[in-house]
Design a protein around this ligand. Structure first.
Ligand code: PEP
Length: 249
């Protein structure tokens, strides 16, 4: 039985004061969330404002991106070891905005996954096809390639600690959600790929979130699919009521 996991990606929104206010609201508003893991990913400069508020609440705080090195001459980068020392427990890796805008590649995603695990940060690894790739019938091949690259060099035992987030690029921030059938098909295919390449506990235990315009209205249908183990939420994670509704779903 995989425990559900809902994560909020605040992207480049909410400075320290606004982030602290949302964290306060989440602390009380999600106190009765039941058997669901919850994490939020503030922008890096707001993490210090959010961490003390969510400490002890069971809501985890993560960093939206890391560099593959812990220290050195890498101006502007986030160190995995320093993020862990600061109190973050998780990191996003390979979000499509990082891939498309900042030139993230399958190879750099793999380096970051290894660096995160070495530092004690649990990664959420984002994968997903573009609309052109879907229209060309390549959705499954693309996500299989991305998963294989991200996991390269990991032992089977390391894999269930990380989370995969299937986020079709055409559904992120567009209001156009994958149908539950479309999402379930790809999730089942990713789980099948894991089953074919690792001992069966890896496919059984690794959580696969769906992301892409998840909101209070569509969450329960998506989250009732057998291979969808939670959600990675962008826009709707900025509003307590919407995010709460997704967690409840
Ligand atoms: C995301 O940023 O991971 C995301 C899924 O965004 P949105 O929910 O806004 O589509």
């Amino acid at each position: 039985m995989r425990r559900r996991f809902v994560a909020g990606n605040w992207k480049l929104n909410l400075g320290p004061a606004q982030a602290a206010a949302l964290a306060e609201a989440l602390r009380t508003g999600l106190a009765d969330r039941g058997d669901v893991d919850v994490a939020v990913f503030p922008t890096a400069l707001s993490i210090a404002a959010v961490l003390p508020i969510l400490q002890g609440s069971g809501i985890e705080v993560g960093v939206q991106d890391i560099h593959s090195a812990d220290a050195g001459a890498f101006t502007g980068a986030n160190s995995p070891a320093i993020a862990r020392e600061a109190g973050c427990t998780r990191t996003l890796i390979g979000h499509s905005e990082r891939r498309q805008i900042f030139g993230e590649t399958d190879a750099s995603v793999n380096k970051k996954v290894r660096a995160a695990l070495a530092a004690g940060l649990l990664p959420i690894v984002c994968i997903g096809e573009t609309l052109a790739e879907r229209d060309a019938g390549q959705a499954e091949a693309v996500v299989h390639r991305q998963v294989a690259a991200a996991l390269e060099g990991l032992t089977a035992d390391q894999i269930p600690g990380l989370t995969l987030a299937y986020e079709p690029v055409w559904a992120i921030g567009t209001g156009r959600t994958a149908t539950p059938e479309q999402a379930q098909d790809v999730h089942a295919s990713i789980r099948g790929w894991l089953r074919a390449h690792y001992p069966s506990f890896v496919a059984d235990e690794t959580r696969i979130q769906y992301g892409g315009s998840v909101n209070a209205k569509n969450a329960s249908q998506l989250l009732s699919c057998p291979d969808i183990d939670g959600a990675l939420v962008g826009g709707a994670s900025l509003k307590l009521d919407d995010f709460r509704a997704i967690v409840v779903a």
